[in-house]
Design a protein around this ligand. Structure first.
Ligand code: ADE
Length: 249
C-alpha cells in the first residue's frame, strides 16, 4: 500500500516512520510513505499558503490553489483522499479496515483555522480522530497511518490483531506476564492452570464485563451469543469461583 501525506510539516513524521511496527513495515516494503510539502505549490514569492477569512474572524484559512495543486501532483484513479478535520466523521477500527484495503491513500493535513471549504470537492471523505481540536492534521494522520499499516498483511501476527480491543466489537481481556506476583498482586490462577478451555472462557467473560463497565455504548450494540449469556449468568450466581478452583485441581 502507498500512503502520501500532504502537509506543511513533513519533519513531524521522522520518528514515527522510522520506529516500531510502522518503521518495520516500511523497511519490509509492506507500506510505502511519501510526503508532499504543500508550500512547494504556493505561487507568490513569499510562498503563502493561507489568507484571512472572508467575512472576518480569527486566524488564517488555507487557500485552495496550493492544496489542490499538491493533491493533483500525487493523485491518480486509484487514490483515496482523506482530509483530517475535527469536523469529520469519527474514526473507528472499522474505518481502519476499510482504508487498509485501498491501493493509494492520500492524507491531507490542514493547519491554521482550517481549509477553504471549496477544497471539500477534491476529497473523498473527512475524518476526525476525536472530539478535540489539534493544531493540525499531522498527528491525526499518524493515528490513521499507524492503525492502517498494522492491519496490512505481514505487518503483525494475525492472531495478535484478532484479539485486540474493538476487533470483535468488545474491549480486550487483561493480559499478564512475569512475575506471578508483583507488589502483592497475583496473576489470576486460571491463567496458570494450563486448562485452555477454562482460559478461553475466563478471557471471554473478562472481555464482556470490561466492555459492559467501561463502554456501555459498545456493549449495548453487541450481539451476545448463547455462550456469552451462559458465562454472564454463571458469573452473576457464582462470581469468579469457577476460575479460582481450577488452579487447585
Ligand atoms: N485536525 C485538528 N483536529 C483534528 C481532529 N480531532 N481530527 C482530525 N484532524 C484534526
Amino acid at each position: 500500500m502507498r500512503i502520501s501525506v500532504l502537509t506543511l510539516f513533513p519533519e513531524m513524521f521522522a520518528g514515527f516512520t522510522s520506529s516500531s511496527i510502522v518503521g518495520r513495515s516500511i523497511d519490509r516494503q509492506i507500506a510505502s510513505v511519501d510526503f508532499v510539502q504543500i508550500r512547494d505549490f504556493a505561487k507568490d514569492r513569499y510562498k503563502h499558503v493561507d489568507d484571512k477569512p472572508f467575512g472576518g474572524g480569527a486566524g488564517m484559512v488555507m487557500k485552495c490553489q496550493p492544496v489542490v495543486d499538491a493533491l493533483n501532483s500525487v493523485r491518480s484513479d486509484t487514490s483515496h483522499v482523506v482530509l483530517m478535520s475535527p469536523s469529520g466523521v469519527p474514526y473507528t477500527q472499522e474505518k481502519a479496515h476499510e482504508l487498509a484495503g485501498k491501493e493509494h491513500l492520500i492524507l491531507l493535513c490542514g493547519h491554521y483555522e482550517g481549509m477553504d471549504a471549496r477544497i471539500g470537492k477534491y476529497v473523498d471523505e473527512e475524518i476526525s480522530i476525536g472530539d478535540y481540536v489539534l493544531t493540525g492534521g499531522e498527528l491525526a494522520s499518524m493515528v490513521i497511518m499507524d492503525s492502517v499499516i498494522r492491519l496490512l498483511e505481514g505487518s503483525i501476527k494475525e492472531e495478535s490483531a484478532a484479539d485486540e480491543s474493538y476487533e470483535n466489537g468488545l474491549l480486550e481481556y487483561p493480559q499478564y506476564t512475569q512475575p506471578r506476583e508483583y507488589d502483592g498482586e497475583c496473576v489470576p490462577s486460571v491463567l496458570l492452570s494450563g486448562n485452555h478451555q477454562k482460559i478461553r472462557e475466563y478471557r471471554r467473560l473478562q472481555s464482556l464485563l470490561i466492555t459492559k463497565e467501561k463502554r456501555p455504548d459498545l456493549f449495548a450494540r453487541y450481539d451476545l451469543s448463547k455462550e456469552d449469556i451462559r458465562l454472564l449468568e454463571r458469573f452473576k450466581k457464582e462470581g469468579w469461583s469457577t476460575y479460582e478452583e481450577e488452579a487447585q485441581s
